[in-house]
Write a protein that binds this ligand. Structure first.
Ligand SMILES: Cc1cc2nc3c(=O)[nH]c(=O)nc-3n(C[C@H](O)[C@H](O)[C@H](O)COP(=O)(O)OP(=O)(O)OC[C@H]3O[C@@H](n4cnc5c(N)ncnc54)[C@H](O)[C@@H]3O)c2cc1C
Length: 409
């Protein structure tokens, strides 16, 4: 255990559709492990601290960070056993917008292997770890409204009328962050990036009675013009997590299940089958934090942004939560330095790095939808040269996923 430069840290996070506070929870765990005298107050906007959510992919790099935090054995228990074989394919990319879909690229587990898991399982592990720290207080039903920063600390005001103080406030409050709204009033609203995302879980047994060629041991990206579908097994293979990305103008109205199926009319049969078996697709319009922020630290250096509040990105590389894990670990470690040095070191270490991944995610999405400038001529039928171009774009995007986490403590 080392000594933190501050005596108390407040973390705000809460409930937003099917995601819940991975960044805030990892930070609470990491701080508790490092600093035994640090008061950690976690404020959650929803009424209960609970678990909710669908599938999540975690790459070797964030998995190695969670292992450094002593959570490796527990993580092994919740990742899909289908990904154990080191020699097999980890990720396959298919051109699927015709009846005869075909594989255009893949990489093996030896290079990089996504651990697929249920968000609920991960949240349970993190909540268990948080609850073991007597210095960590979790307050539900506390939605942050505004904060006030002085030389002595930060006062938080909640929409319920109450207030609280801390030496440092961490805004891990997601894409519609109240903390970011106050730090950057002009960038309070995230940007809609033109995708409706339709997600659902399929019980493996529901699909087993059907004739199909779905590769159940890997993550598959079914690419096509202006839309794509991603599928991977979660919950130790009990479920398939299916996510369809459809380019559509912003609207409050979601497509019905039958409209979604019609949108993928003419695609290879496996895609149609997957979409048919989603019980009721959950739709969310896709937003990101753009333009990128010029800093993640307030003028007084007592408020910082972390996770999606700072860098919500397109999910095409499955990297947002992994980046949040990295933010949390780095910030926790740097808080052994005095303020403001600690938070500026965090900003310097993490901001550009996260935005690089955000840019790579955008490029990967352009490739999956076959409208990246290099691939436009390949959209109807992909030549060998087209596959090579696709491979280059995709491979450069995934480099971070297996790059060693070499942050010097
Ligand atoms: C379709 C899709 C698929 C994805 N797949 C992957 C993947 O496979 N792998 C991966 O690494 N990432 C993935 N991501 C990204 C990942 O979900 C996010 O990056 C991650 O959940 C961010 O965690 P967070 O804790 O920063 O934010 P959140 O999980 O959003 O939690 C922050 C919470 O704070 C709440 N809050 C808001 N305002 C307040 C307030 N005033 N007071 C208190 N709380 C507040 C928010 O409602 C929010 O729920 C995906 C994203 C999408 C959209």
């Amino acid at each position: 255990m080392s000594q933190a430069s501050v005596q108390s840290v407040a973390i705000v996070y809460g409930f937003y559709i099917a995601q819940r506070g991975i960044a805030g929870l990892v930070l609470a765990v990491a701080l508790g492990q490092r600093y035994n005298d640090l008061r950690i107050d976690v404020y959650e906007a929803s009424k209960e601290f609970g678990e909710l959510g669908l599938g999540l992919g975690m790459w070797p790099r964030p998995m190695s960070i969670l292992a450094r935090m002593g959570l490796g054995e527990q993580m092994k228990k919740i990742v899909s056993p289908l990904l154990d074989d080191k020699n097999g394919i980890s990720m396959e990319f298919r051109k699927s917008d015709s009846k005869e879909g075909y594989s255009i690229h893949s990489f093996t587990r030896a290079l990089s292997s996504m651990s697929s898991l249920s968000r609920q399982d991960l949240q349970r592990i993190l909540l268990d770890a948080v609850s073991q720290n007597p210095n960590c207080n979790c307050y539900s039903n506390h939605r942050l409204d505004t904060y006030e920063e002085t030389n002595a600390g930060v006062t938080m005001r909640f929409t319920s009328g109450g207030s609280a103080q801390a030496d440092l406030l961490v805004g891990a409050d997601g894409i519609r962050s109240a903390v970011r709204r106050q730090m950057f009033p002009g960038l309070a609203h995230p940007k809609y990036v033109g995708y409706g995302v339709y997600r659902g879980l399929i019980q493996l047994e529901d699909i087993q009675s059907e004739e199909h060629t779905i590769a159940l041991d890997r993550c598959v990206v079914y690419a096509g013009k202006n839309k794509h579908v991603i599928m991977y097994p979660i919950s130790r293979g009990k479920f398939l997590n299916v996510v369809a990305f459809v380019q559509e103008p912003y609207s409050n109205a979601a497509m019905s299940h039958s409209q979604l199926l019609a949108t993928f009319d003419g695609w290879e049969r496996d895609v149609q089958l997957l979409l048919q078996h989603i019980p009721q697709p959950i739709r969310m319009p896709l937003f990101v934090v753009e333009p990128y922020l010029s800093k993640w630290v307030s003028d007084g250096s007592r408020v910082v942004l972390l996770g999606d509040s700072a860098h919500a990105m397109r999910p095409h590389l499955g990297s947002g939560a992994g980046q949040a894990v990295e933010d949390a670990y780095v910030l926790a470690s740097l808080l052994s330095k005095p303020l403001p040095e600690a938070v500026h070191a965090y900003d310097n270490t993490r901001r550009e790095a996260a935005y690089r991944i955000s840019g790579a995610s955008r490029t990967a999405g352009e490739a999956y939808d076959l409208y990246a400038p290099e691939l436009v001529d390949e959209a109807d039928s992909m030549s060998d040269l087209g596959r090579e171009k696709f491979r280059k774009i995709v491979d450069s995007g995934y480099v971070w996923s297996y790059a060693p986490f070499d942050f010097a403590e």
